[in-house]
Design a protein around this ligand. Structure first.
Ligand code: NAP
Ligand code: MG
Length: 451
């Protein structure tokens, strides 16, 4: 059994059992049966079922949000927003069930067309930072395409996912269509990656584990979507609205206590506005309220675990000039006050490695070419921003940065309707939007001879 902790209080939220290899085999067999039944159901039934999942999530929004808040340490307002997005994601993909269209292709001697067929059984291996949201982006797209799903939440944050699966069980869909297996990645996640009955893995987590999964999954040539780490850059030009850029940067790097794969943790600011930006960013950050995640006014919760707290703390070092932005609350939680590292050496690990905590790094640059070069100076390529009042320049820089998504004059990255994923070592494949449908279907070509 695993004891699940509240990271704000260190109190136990209960015990969750650890699945065994036999549980994995049993779940995979059930998922295979459920998938065949689900794919054979009428289109209207499948689309309505997806909408019923969305409705049941909305009807349990507060309960699911509280589970996320207590288990992850997320401010309650953020949890509500995430659960609401989860419901919207099921509605969005409900609309895709009858739009998985193929092509007809001109050929000699017959008629040729393509079909989009389900992959089969999909294992979704999810991280702890947005447990329900990230699992659901994948679950919803996979179900819409006619697949069955086994979800493996992060060992420390399984509660919201377990509850979602219970709620879906009550809807009387094919038994085993959506199952949850809890336990350790090294055991349960590994078994799902290895076992022959799983056809596809959608993994979101660290680049290191993503590489291991890629290796193990190659044994059965499973299809893979990998959403991995990031070290995204925000490039701020002197002609930008500096105050607006600085205010937007607070959420972009300290939101979810920095435990966000899209965090703009490297901010490159043109030298002539460097001091102005730094001051505006620090002032806006000081307004953040760190405290009990259940408190409506809280905007910053604790880090997810003591182990993660130790990892983030290891980035603090005396050779860096930090601006401290507030005090940690008293008490046993994994509190870590936000900080800005001012112009550290560019080869420092704080500039190169993913911190996954509330430490922003602000660095000066002079020219457009330098900004692009610095933004690209990373093994990662997930997200990023360009801030400028000159549209043509903003577009040039956005095109020059090697990353899966870039926002101009905005620090947002994720929308249900648009593709999301990484270049370089930030991942393989795309989630969300219509792009995700490609990664949950196999393309079959049929040739019908007419001569
Ligand atoms: P992680 O340690 O890589 O774990 C992610 C998931 O994989 C967990 O469910 C974990 O289980 C499981 N796992 C661990 N070892 C495994 C193995 N050998 N085989 C199969 N599964 C295994 O990542 P994390 O610490 O939860 O999350 C932080 C990382 O996720 C950061 O690097 C962040 O950037 C990345 N992330 C990326 C995105 C994106 O969309 N690109 C989104 C969110 C997070 P356990 O919990 O039992 O270890
Ligand atoms: Mg981990």
């Amino acid at each position: 059994m695993t004891t699940i902790l509240n990271p704000a209080t260190q109190e136990s939220l209960g015990e969750v059992r650890e699945a065994t290899r036999a549980d994995v085999d049993h779940a995979v067999a059930r998922a295979g049966d459920a998938q065949a039944r689900w794919a054979a159901e009428a289109i209207g039934y499948r689309a309505r079922s997806m909408r019923r999942i969305a409705d049941t999530i909305r009807n349990h929004l507060e309960e699911l949000a509280l589970l996320e808040t207590d288990n992850v340490g997320k401010p309650i307002a953020d949890s509500r927003g995430e659960v609401s997005m989860v419901a919207d994601t099921f509605d969005y993909y409900a609309g895709a069930v009858d739009k998985l269209v193929g092509q007809s292709i001109p050929v000699d001697g017959g008629v040729d067309f393509t079909l989009r067929e389900p992959m089969g059984v999909v294992a979704v291996i999810a991280p702890w930072n947005f447990p329900l949201a990230i699992a659901s982006w994948n679950i919803a797209a996979a179900l819409a395409c006619g697949n069955a799903v086994i979800v493996k939440p992060a060992e420390i944050t399984p509660l919201s996912t377990l509850r979602l699966v219970e709620l879906v069980d009550d809807l009387d869909l094919p038994a085993g269509l959506l199952q949850c297996l809890t336990g350790k990645g090294s055991i349960v996640g590994h078994a799902l990656t290895e076992v022959a009955g799983v056809d596809k893995i959608s993994f979101t987590g660290s680049t290191e584990v993503g590489k291991q999964i890629s290796e193990v999954a190659s044994g059965t040539l499973k299809r893979l979507t990998l959403e991995l780490g990031g070290k995204s850059a925000s490039v701020v030009f002197a002609d930008a609205d500096i105050e607006r850029a600085a205010r937007a940067s607070v959420g972009a790097v300290f939101g979810n206590s920095g435990q966000d794969c899209c965090a703009r943790s490297r901010m490159y600011v043109q030298r002539e506005v460097f001091d102005q930006y730094l001051k505006a960013f620090a002032d806006a950050s000081r307004v953040a309220v760190m405290g009990s995640p259940r408190d409506e006014s809280t905007t910053l919760g604790p880090l997810v675990s003591a182990q993660h707290h130790a990892k983030v703390s290891s980035f603090l070092s005396d050779d860096i000039d930090f601006v401290e932005l507030g005090a940690e609350p008293e008490g046993p939680g994994n509190w870590f006050a936000p900080r800005i590292a001012v112009a550290p050496d560019r080869t420092h690990r704080l500039v190169e490695d993913e911190v996954f905590g509330p430490i922003a790094t602000v660095l000066p640059f002079d020219t457009e070419e330098e900004a692009i070069r610095e933004a690209n100076n990373s093994i990662y390529g997930l997200s990023g921003s360009v801030w400028s009042g000159d549209g043509a320049r903003a577009l040039r820089v956005a095109r020059g940065i090697r990353s899966g998504s870039i926002s101009i004059n905005s620090n947002t990255s994720v929308r249900i309707q648009t593709p999301f994923g990484g270049m370089k070592q930030s991942g393989v494949g795309r989630e969300l939007g219509l792009a995700a449908l490609d990664s949950y279907t196999e393309l079959k070509n049929i040739f019908f001879a007419t001569e």
